[in-house]
Write a protein that binds this ligand. Structure first.
Ligand SMILES: [Zn+2]
Length: 261
């Protein structure tokens, strides 16, 4: 008789969804070829994972200094001091110095703006993303702000592809939105597997209907990343969490200081 399979081993303890504010975007920026002319609210979350190996951040939010620019662009930002990385960490009794690893899903302005607060953390980003962020194509340049990540003395860990960070926590390449977009697979003790898609999947619609993001570097890879994350979720019995879905934000998402276990 086969031995009973042991329960999965995981270092993950708690998972928090932090409120990084919100902006308005044309829906076709989120869903390629769908919803042109329809403005939608876009929450811009950050995520904190408490583990037995330290606190891990997934994305770092906006650089407070570029918020006036967002207003000028007509994006109607609700991005205040309260939505900054230090303020959101403080709400759960943490400070930037308590972060041991910060994973950047990619380096767009709503994801890499808080790197400045993390001089001591190991900053984990795909090598292809780091390279591209300094020299983007003209069509992608507006979404990067070099001032957000020009910190050569920081502890950058440039990885190349999928990697297990610790038992129960792994990054998987989910590019197409940008050259190095990566997702985070989290194995929680009670909730089970959550896959944070970042901008590989903005909305539930991107997942359910396999519609690629409207902001895209390589559409074919973007589609393959959606199917890759769905496949992983199915295999692991987990769920893919789209990153910028206002309907989920207002209903099903458990927001900090509440948390998933
Ligand atoms: Zn984003």
């Amino acid at each position: 008789m086969m031995a009973q399979k042991e329960k999965r081993n995981t270092c993950v303890q708690e998972f928090y969804v932090l409120d990084g504010g919100a902006i308005d975007l044309d829906k076709s920026s989120l869903t390629f070829g769908h919803g042109m002319g329809e403005m939608v609210r876009v929450p811009t979350p950050m995520y904190l994972i408490k583990t037995t190996e330290g606190n891990v951040l997934f994305d770092t939010g906006w650089n407070p200094q570029i918020v006036p620019l967002l207003s000028e662009m007509g994006l109607n930002p609700t991005v205040t001091e309260e939505h900054s990385l230090p303020a959101q960490l403080e709400k759960i009794g943490l400070a930037p110095k308590d972060i041991s690893k910060a994973v950047l899903s990619h380096m767009h302005v709503d994801h890499g703006g808080g790197v400045q607060f993390l001089p001591d953390a190991e900053i984990i980003v795909q090598k292809a993303e780091y390279r591209y962020a300094f020299n983007p194509h003209s069509f992608g340049a507006l979404a990067y702000n070099e001032g957000d990540f020009t910190f050569p003395s920081y502890n950058w860990n440039l990885i190349d592809g999928d990697q297990v960070l610790m038992p129960g926590l792994a990054v998987v390449l989910a590019n197409g939105h940008t050259p190095g977009t990566q997702a985070l697979v989290i194995d929680l003790p009670d909730t089970g597997v959550i896959i944070l898609a970042s901008d590989a999947c903005y909305l539930s619609q991107n997942i359910d209907e396999e519609v690629i993001p409207g902001i895209v570097w390589d559409p074919t890879r973007a589609l393959h990343s959606i199917t890759k994350l769905k496949t992983l979720a199915q295999l692991l019995g987990g769920e893919v969490y789209p990153n910028h879905d206002i309907d989920r934000w207002n209903t099903v998402i458990k927001k900090s200081p509440d948390y998933y276990r």
